[in-house]
Design a protein. Sequence first.
Length: 424
Amino acid sequence: MIIHIDFDCFFVSAERTRNKALCGVPAVSANRNDAAIFGSNALKTSSKAQESLGAFSGACYYNKFGDGSWRDYFLEGKSVRGVVVAASYEARKYNIKTGTTLSEALKLCPELRILPTDMPFYMSLSRKTAEFLEARIPILEQYSIDEFFGSLDGFINEDETLRYLRNLQAEINKEFALPASIGASVNKSLAKLAAKSAKPFGVCVVKNSEIKDFIEDKPIRALAGIGRQMGAYLERYGVKTLGDVTRAPSLLDSFGKTGRDLLKELNGKAASQIAHKTARKQMGISRVFDPILDRQEALRRFLILCGHLAYHITMSKREPRAFTFSVGYRNSPSEHITIRSDRLFSEKTLCNLAKEAFGAIDKNPNDPINFLAISGGDFNDKPTSFNMLSWQDDYKNRAINEALSKTRAKYGYSVITYSKQTRP
Protein backbone atom coordinates (compact mmCIF):
# COMPACT_ATOMS: atom_id res chain seq x y z
CA MET A 1 0.00 0.00 0.00
CA ILE A 2 0.94 3.64 -0.44
CA ILE A 3 1.02 5.76 2.71
CA HIS A 4 0.87 9.52 3.19
CA ILE A 5 2.27 11.09 6.34
CA ASP A 6 1.12 14.66 6.99
CA PHE A 7 2.32 16.51 10.09
CA ASP A 8 -0.51 18.46 11.72
CA CYS A 9 -0.10 22.28 11.61
CA PHE A 10 3.62 21.62 11.33
CA PHE A 11 5.04 25.10 11.94
CA VAL A 12 3.05 25.60 15.14
CA SER A 13 3.73 22.01 16.23
CA ALA A 14 7.45 22.59 15.63
CA GLU A 15 7.38 25.67 17.89
CA ARG A 16 5.64 23.63 20.58
CA THR A 17 8.55 21.18 20.66
CA ARG A 18 10.71 23.95 22.14
CA ASN A 19 8.05 25.87 24.08
CA LYS A 20 5.54 23.67 25.89
CA ALA A 21 3.60 26.76 27.05
CA LEU A 22 2.21 26.92 23.50
CA CYS A 23 0.51 23.54 23.81
CA GLY A 24 -3.27 23.65 24.00
CA VAL A 25 -3.58 27.40 23.33
CA PRO A 26 -4.59 29.27 20.15
CA ALA A 27 -1.38 29.92 18.22
CA VAL A 28 -0.33 30.77 14.67
CA SER A 29 2.88 30.86 12.71
CA ALA A 30 2.95 34.04 10.64
CA ASN A 31 4.95 35.81 7.97
CA ARG A 32 5.19 39.47 7.27
CA ASN A 33 4.38 38.99 3.59
CA ASP A 34 4.60 42.66 2.66
CA ALA A 35 7.06 45.39 1.79
CA ALA A 36 9.57 44.68 4.58
CA ILE A 37 12.40 43.76 2.19
CA PHE A 38 11.81 46.95 0.16
CA GLY A 39 12.50 49.41 2.99
CA SER A 40 15.21 50.39 5.43
CA ASN A 41 14.30 47.50 7.74
CA ALA A 42 15.49 45.06 5.07
CA LEU A 43 18.87 44.88 6.79
CA LYS A 44 17.22 43.17 9.75
CA THR A 45 16.07 40.33 7.56
CA SER A 46 18.41 37.41 7.07
CA SER A 47 18.32 35.51 3.81
CA LYS A 48 19.65 31.98 3.77
CA ALA A 49 19.87 29.23 1.19
CA GLN A 50 19.38 25.70 2.46
CA GLU A 51 19.48 22.40 0.61
CA SER A 52 16.25 21.32 -1.04
CA LEU A 53 13.86 19.15 0.93
CA GLY A 54 11.93 17.08 -1.59
CA ALA A 55 9.69 19.47 -3.48
CA PHE A 56 10.14 22.15 -0.82
CA SER A 57 12.15 25.21 -1.63
CA GLY A 58 15.44 25.58 0.15
CA ALA A 59 15.32 29.36 -0.27
CA CYS A 60 13.86 31.10 2.74
CA TYR A 61 13.64 34.39 4.58
CA TYR A 62 13.28 34.83 8.29
CA ASN A 63 13.63 37.60 10.80
CA LYS A 64 16.21 37.70 13.57
CA PHE A 65 14.68 38.70 16.90
CA GLY A 66 16.89 40.12 19.57
CA ASP A 67 14.36 39.72 22.36
CA GLY A 68 12.05 37.08 20.89
CA SER A 69 9.21 39.58 20.57
CA TRP A 70 6.96 39.39 17.54
CA ARG A 71 5.91 43.03 17.88
CA ASP A 72 9.14 44.48 16.48
CA TYR A 73 8.50 42.59 13.27
CA PHE A 74 4.74 42.73 12.76
CA LEU A 75 3.95 46.19 14.12
CA GLU A 76 4.34 49.15 11.78
CA GLY A 77 3.23 52.23 13.64
CA LYS A 78 -0.15 51.24 15.03
CA SER A 79 -0.86 48.71 12.28
CA VAL A 80 -0.25 44.97 12.50
CA ARG A 81 1.23 43.68 9.23
CA GLY A 82 1.35 39.98 8.49
CA VAL A 83 -0.48 36.88 7.35
CA VAL A 84 -1.12 33.50 9.01
CA VAL A 85 0.94 30.65 7.52
CA ALA A 86 -0.23 27.89 9.88
CA ALA A 87 -2.89 27.86 12.59
CA SER A 88 -3.24 25.47 15.52
CA TYR A 89 -6.52 23.60 15.84
CA GLU A 90 -7.28 25.74 18.88
CA ALA A 91 -6.95 28.84 16.67
CA ARG A 92 -9.10 27.32 13.92
CA LYS A 93 -12.04 27.25 16.34
CA TYR A 94 -12.02 31.05 15.97
CA ASN A 95 -12.15 30.72 12.16
CA ILE A 96 -8.47 31.60 11.88
CA LYS A 97 -6.78 29.78 9.00
CA THR A 98 -3.92 30.02 6.53
CA GLY A 99 -4.16 33.33 4.69
CA THR A 100 -5.98 35.20 7.47
CA THR A 101 -4.35 38.58 8.10
CA LEU A 102 -2.87 39.02 11.57
CA SER A 103 -5.01 42.08 12.23
CA GLU A 104 -8.16 40.05 11.53
CA ALA A 105 -6.86 37.06 13.52
CA LEU A 106 -6.30 39.25 16.59
CA LYS A 107 -9.85 40.57 16.31
CA LEU A 108 -11.18 37.02 16.19
CA CYS A 109 -8.97 35.89 19.10
CA PRO A 110 -7.32 38.67 21.15
CA GLU A 111 -5.34 36.15 23.24
CA LEU A 112 -3.81 34.57 20.13
CA ARG A 113 -0.12 33.63 20.40
CA ILE A 114 1.79 34.86 17.34
CA LEU A 115 4.95 33.02 16.29
CA PRO A 116 7.16 34.51 13.56
CA THR A 117 8.20 31.77 11.14
CA ASP A 118 11.64 30.27 11.69
CA MET A 119 12.23 28.40 8.46
CA PRO A 120 15.78 27.17 9.20
CA PHE A 121 14.45 25.51 12.38
CA TYR A 122 11.49 23.94 10.57
CA MET A 123 13.73 22.68 7.78
CA SER A 124 16.19 21.20 10.25
CA LEU A 125 13.36 19.40 12.03
CA SER A 126 12.01 18.21 8.69
CA ARG A 127 15.41 16.70 7.81
CA LYS A 128 15.50 14.85 11.12
CA THR A 129 12.02 13.40 10.60
CA ALA A 130 13.02 12.34 7.07
CA GLU A 131 16.07 10.47 8.41
CA PHE A 132 13.88 8.86 11.08
CA LEU A 133 11.29 7.72 8.53
CA GLU A 134 13.88 6.45 6.04
CA ALA A 135 15.02 3.95 8.66
CA ARG A 136 11.47 2.60 8.99
CA ILE A 137 9.96 2.84 5.50
CA PRO A 138 11.79 1.08 2.65
CA ILE A 139 10.77 3.55 -0.09
CA LEU A 140 10.20 7.14 1.02
CA GLU A 141 9.49 10.34 -0.94
CA GLN A 142 9.49 13.76 0.68
CA TYR A 143 6.61 15.64 -0.91
CA SER A 144 6.98 18.90 1.04
CA ILE A 145 8.51 20.16 4.27
CA ASP A 146 5.80 18.37 6.31
CA GLU A 147 4.53 15.62 3.99
CA PHE A 148 5.90 12.24 2.97
CA PHE A 149 4.77 9.41 0.72
CA GLY A 150 5.95 5.86 1.24
CA SER A 151 5.41 2.39 -0.13
CA LEU A 152 4.82 -0.62 2.12
CA ASP A 153 4.49 -3.09 -0.75
CA GLY A 154 6.41 -6.28 0.01
CA PHE A 155 7.22 -4.93 3.48
CA ILE A 156 3.95 -4.98 5.44
CA ASN A 157 0.95 -7.19 4.76
CA GLU A 158 -2.21 -5.23 4.00
CA ASP A 159 -4.00 -6.64 7.05
CA GLU A 160 -1.19 -5.41 9.29
CA THR A 161 -1.09 -1.89 7.83
CA LEU A 162 -3.33 -0.20 10.42
CA ARG A 163 -1.40 -1.59 13.38
CA TYR A 164 1.94 -0.72 11.77
CA LEU A 165 0.89 2.87 11.07
CA ARG A 166 -0.46 3.42 14.57
CA ASN A 167 2.85 2.23 15.98
CA LEU A 168 4.73 4.48 13.54
CA GLN A 169 2.59 7.44 14.54
CA ALA A 170 3.33 6.78 18.22
CA GLU A 171 7.07 6.47 17.50
CA ILE A 172 7.12 9.81 15.67
CA ASN A 173 5.29 11.52 18.50
CA LYS A 174 7.60 9.98 21.12
CA GLU A 175 10.77 10.90 19.23
CA PHE A 176 9.86 14.43 18.12
CA ALA A 177 6.69 15.40 20.03
CA LEU A 178 5.12 16.06 16.62
CA PRO A 179 1.54 14.99 15.81
CA ALA A 180 1.12 13.36 12.40
CA SER A 181 -1.92 12.11 10.52
CA ILE A 182 -1.34 9.07 8.32
CA GLY A 183 -3.41 7.70 5.46
CA ALA A 184 -2.95 4.55 3.39
CA SER A 185 -4.54 3.27 0.21
CA VAL A 186 -3.73 1.89 -3.24
CA ASN A 187 -2.31 5.14 -4.72
CA LYS A 188 -1.03 8.57 -3.73
CA SER A 189 -4.27 10.47 -4.33
CA LEU A 190 -6.36 8.17 -2.14
CA ALA A 191 -3.64 7.90 0.52
CA LYS A 192 -3.50 11.71 0.74
CA LEU A 193 -7.28 11.87 0.96
CA ALA A 194 -7.23 9.24 3.71
CA ALA A 195 -4.66 11.23 5.71
CA LYS A 196 -6.77 14.36 5.31
CA SER A 197 -9.84 12.56 6.63
CA ALA A 198 -7.81 11.29 9.62
CA LYS A 199 -6.84 14.77 10.84
CA PRO A 200 -5.96 15.67 13.50
CA PHE A 201 -3.58 12.98 14.74
CA GLY A 202 -5.41 10.03 13.28
CA VAL A 203 -4.80 7.02 11.03
CA CYS A 204 -7.01 5.93 8.14
CA VAL A 205 -6.48 2.87 5.95
CA VAL A 206 -8.63 2.47 2.83
CA LYS A 207 -8.39 -0.95 1.19
CA ASN A 208 -9.33 -1.50 -2.43
CA SER A 209 -12.66 -3.02 -1.45
CA GLU A 210 -13.46 0.05 0.69
CA ILE A 211 -12.68 2.80 -1.84
CA LYS A 212 -16.22 3.17 -3.22
CA ASP A 213 -17.80 3.73 0.21
CA PHE A 214 -14.90 5.94 1.35
CA ILE A 215 -15.13 8.45 -1.48
CA GLU A 216 -18.93 8.42 -1.90
CA ASP A 217 -19.74 11.52 0.17
CA LYS A 218 -16.39 13.32 -0.01
CA PRO A 219 -16.68 16.78 -1.67
CA ILE A 220 -14.98 16.95 -5.05
CA ARG A 221 -12.46 19.60 -3.98
CA ALA A 222 -11.19 17.31 -1.22
CA LEU A 223 -9.15 15.49 -3.86
CA ALA A 224 -5.83 17.18 -4.61
CA GLY A 225 -6.11 16.45 -8.35
CA ILE A 226 -9.32 18.47 -8.77
CA GLY A 227 -8.36 22.12 -9.06
CA ARG A 228 -10.38 25.28 -9.38
CA GLN A 229 -11.12 25.00 -13.10
CA MET A 230 -12.06 21.31 -13.07
CA GLY A 231 -14.05 21.74 -9.84
CA ALA A 232 -16.09 24.62 -11.25
CA TYR A 233 -16.76 22.64 -14.45
CA LEU A 234 -17.99 19.58 -12.55
CA GLU A 235 -20.16 21.68 -10.22
CA ARG A 236 -21.91 23.26 -13.20
CA TYR A 237 -23.15 19.79 -14.08
CA GLY A 238 -24.32 19.04 -10.54
CA VAL A 239 -21.34 16.91 -9.57
CA LYS A 240 -20.75 17.58 -5.88
CA THR A 241 -19.09 14.47 -4.43
CA LEU A 242 -16.31 12.14 -5.50
CA GLY A 243 -18.91 9.42 -5.75
CA ASP A 244 -20.70 11.59 -8.31
CA VAL A 245 -17.42 11.95 -10.22
CA THR A 246 -17.07 8.20 -10.69
CA ARG A 247 -20.56 8.11 -12.17
CA ALA A 248 -19.79 10.86 -14.69
CA PRO A 249 -16.78 9.57 -16.64
CA SER A 250 -17.71 11.56 -19.75
CA LEU A 251 -17.20 14.83 -17.85
CA LEU A 252 -13.69 13.87 -16.82
CA ASP A 253 -12.97 12.63 -20.33
CA SER A 254 -13.29 16.22 -21.54
CA PHE A 255 -10.06 16.94 -19.62
CA GLY A 256 -8.19 14.38 -21.69
CA LYS A 257 -5.51 12.19 -20.14
CA THR A 258 -5.54 14.20 -16.89
CA GLY A 259 -9.22 13.50 -16.37
CA ARG A 260 -8.97 9.83 -17.36
CA ASP A 261 -6.01 9.25 -15.03
CA LEU A 262 -7.88 10.92 -12.18
CA LEU A 263 -10.87 8.64 -12.72
CA LYS A 264 -8.59 5.58 -12.61
CA GLU A 265 -7.11 6.81 -9.33
CA LEU A 266 -10.55 7.31 -7.79
CA ASN A 267 -11.57 3.80 -8.83
CA GLY A 268 -8.38 2.36 -7.38
CA LYS A 269 -7.17 1.18 -10.79
CA ALA A 270 -4.08 3.39 -11.02
CA ALA A 271 -0.84 2.66 -9.20
CA SER A 272 1.63 5.30 -7.99
CA GLN A 273 5.39 5.45 -8.18
CA ILE A 274 7.31 6.66 -5.14
CA ALA A 275 10.36 8.76 -5.99
CA HIS A 276 13.26 8.87 -3.52
CA LYS A 277 14.07 12.41 -4.66
CA THR A 278 11.66 14.94 -6.11
CA ALA A 279 13.40 17.45 -8.35
CA ARG A 280 12.45 21.03 -7.73
CA LYS A 281 10.61 22.37 -10.77
CA GLN A 282 10.48 26.05 -9.83
CA MET A 283 11.88 28.67 -7.48
CA GLY A 284 10.07 31.94 -6.84
CA ILE A 285 9.45 34.92 -4.61
CA SER A 286 6.43 37.18 -4.17
CA ARG A 287 5.30 40.06 -2.00
CA VAL A 288 1.94 41.64 -1.11
CA PHE A 289 2.02 45.27 0.04
CA ASP A 290 -0.10 48.39 0.36
CA PRO A 291 -1.17 49.64 -3.11
CA ILE A 292 1.28 52.01 -4.83
CA LEU A 293 0.66 54.06 -7.97
CA ASP A 294 4.29 55.13 -8.57
CA ARG A 295 5.56 52.85 -11.39
CA GLN A 296 9.21 53.67 -10.76
CA GLU A 297 8.79 52.48 -7.18
CA ALA A 298 7.00 49.35 -8.37
CA LEU A 299 9.82 48.59 -10.79
CA ARG A 300 12.40 49.18 -8.04
CA ARG A 301 10.60 46.60 -5.91
CA PHE A 302 10.50 44.20 -8.84
CA LEU A 303 14.29 44.49 -9.16
CA ILE A 304 14.75 43.90 -5.42
CA LEU A 305 12.80 40.65 -5.76
CA CYS A 306 15.05 39.79 -8.72
CA GLY A 307 18.09 40.19 -6.50
CA HIS A 308 16.79 37.89 -3.78
CA LEU A 309 15.64 35.24 -6.26
CA ALA A 310 18.92 35.40 -8.20
CA TYR A 311 20.85 34.88 -4.98
CA HIS A 312 18.94 31.74 -4.06
CA ILE A 313 19.02 30.29 -7.57
CA THR A 314 22.78 30.85 -7.68
CA MET A 315 23.34 29.30 -4.24
CA SER A 316 21.19 26.33 -5.28
CA LYS A 317 23.36 25.90 -8.40
CA ARG A 318 20.36 25.80 -10.72
CA GLU A 319 20.11 27.11 -14.29
CA PRO A 320 16.56 28.28 -15.14
CA ARG A 321 15.45 28.70 -18.75
CA ALA A 322 11.96 30.10 -18.21
CA PHE A 323 10.80 32.97 -16.00
CA THR A 324 7.28 34.00 -15.02
CA PHE A 325 6.54 37.57 -13.93
CA SER A 326 3.28 38.63 -12.28
CA VAL A 327 1.76 41.97 -11.29
CA GLY A 328 -1.35 42.29 -9.11
CA TYR A 329 -3.60 45.36 -8.89
CA ARG A 330 -6.00 46.78 -6.34
CA ASN A 331 -8.93 46.75 -8.77
CA SER A 332 -7.95 44.98 -12.00
CA PRO A 333 -7.16 41.29 -12.63
CA SER A 334 -3.53 40.23 -12.25
CA GLU A 335 -1.29 40.16 -15.31
CA HIS A 336 1.32 37.47 -16.06
CA ILE A 337 3.95 36.74 -18.66
CA THR A 338 6.42 33.87 -19.14
CA ILE A 339 9.70 34.59 -20.93
CA ARG A 340 12.15 31.94 -22.07
CA SER A 341 15.83 32.82 -22.10
CA ASP A 342 18.85 31.38 -23.90
CA ARG A 343 21.22 33.47 -21.76
CA LEU A 344 23.46 32.16 -18.98
CA PHE A 345 21.72 32.98 -15.71
CA SER A 346 22.82 35.94 -13.59
CA GLU A 347 21.16 38.66 -11.56
CA LYS A 348 21.80 41.15 -14.36
CA THR A 349 20.09 38.88 -16.89
CA LEU A 350 17.09 38.43 -14.60
CA CYS A 351 16.80 42.17 -13.94
CA ASN A 352 16.83 42.92 -17.68
CA LEU A 353 14.06 40.35 -18.23
CA ALA A 354 12.09 41.87 -15.35
CA LYS A 355 12.25 45.33 -16.91
CA GLU A 356 11.07 43.91 -20.22
CA ALA A 357 8.27 41.97 -18.52
CA PHE A 358 7.11 44.88 -16.39
CA GLY A 359 6.74 47.09 -19.44
CA ALA A 360 4.76 44.38 -21.23
CA ILE A 361 2.32 43.36 -18.48
CA ASP A 362 1.59 46.64 -16.69
CA LYS A 363 -1.56 47.26 -18.69
CA ASN A 364 -3.38 49.24 -16.00
CA PRO A 365 -1.14 52.27 -15.35
CA ASN A 366 -3.82 54.11 -13.38
CA ASP A 367 -4.56 51.18 -11.04
CA PRO A 368 -2.30 50.89 -7.95
CA ILE A 369 -0.11 47.78 -7.74
CA ASN A 370 -0.24 45.64 -4.58
CA PHE A 371 1.42 42.36 -5.60
CA LEU A 372 4.60 41.33 -7.42
CA ALA A 373 5.92 37.84 -8.12
CA ILE A 374 8.82 36.30 -10.02
CA SER A 375 9.70 32.64 -10.53
CA GLY A 376 12.26 30.68 -12.50
CA GLY A 377 11.89 27.14 -13.81
CA ASP A 378 12.61 24.64 -16.58
CA PHE A 379 16.00 24.02 -15.00
CA ASN A 380 18.94 22.93 -17.11
CA ASP A 381 21.71 22.02 -14.68
CA LYS A 382 24.45 22.31 -17.29
CA PRO A 383 25.18 26.07 -17.35
CA THR A 384 25.63 27.07 -20.98
CA SER A 385 24.95 30.27 -22.89
CA PHE A 386 23.15 29.43 -26.14
CA ASN A 387 23.26 33.02 -27.39
CA MET A 388 26.34 33.32 -29.60
CA LEU A 389 26.15 37.12 -29.67
CA SER A 390 26.32 37.55 -25.91
CA TRP A 391 28.15 34.53 -24.51
CA GLN A 392 31.22 36.53 -23.46
CA ASP A 393 29.11 39.03 -21.52
CA ASP A 394 27.11 36.14 -20.03
CA TYR A 395 30.17 34.41 -18.61
CA LYS A 396 31.52 37.71 -17.28
CA ASN A 397 28.20 38.49 -15.56
CA ARG A 398 28.04 34.93 -14.24
CA ALA A 399 31.46 35.28 -12.58
CA ILE A 400 30.39 38.57 -10.98
CA ASN A 401 27.12 36.99 -9.87
CA GLU A 402 28.83 34.05 -8.16
CA ALA A 403 31.33 36.32 -6.37
CA LEU A 404 28.46 38.54 -5.23
CA SER A 405 26.49 35.56 -3.91
CA LYS A 406 29.47 34.25 -1.94
CA THR A 407 29.95 37.65 -0.33
CA ARG A 408 26.26 37.87 0.58
CA ALA A 409 26.31 34.33 1.97
CA LYS A 410 29.19 35.27 4.27
CA TYR A 411 28.17 38.77 5.38
CA GLY A 412 24.42 38.92 4.77
CA TYR A 413 22.36 39.59 1.68
CA SER A 414 22.05 43.36 2.15
CA VAL A 415 25.79 43.96 2.43
CA ILE A 416 25.74 44.75 -1.32
CA THR A 417 22.90 46.38 -3.23
CA TYR A 418 22.68 47.95 -6.66
CA SER A 419 21.75 51.62 -7.05
CA LYS A 420 18.62 50.65 -9.02
CA GLN A 421 17.37 48.75 -5.96
CA THR A 422 17.67 51.69 -3.56
CA ARG A 423 15.39 54.68 -3.14
CA PRO A 424 16.64 57.88 -4.78
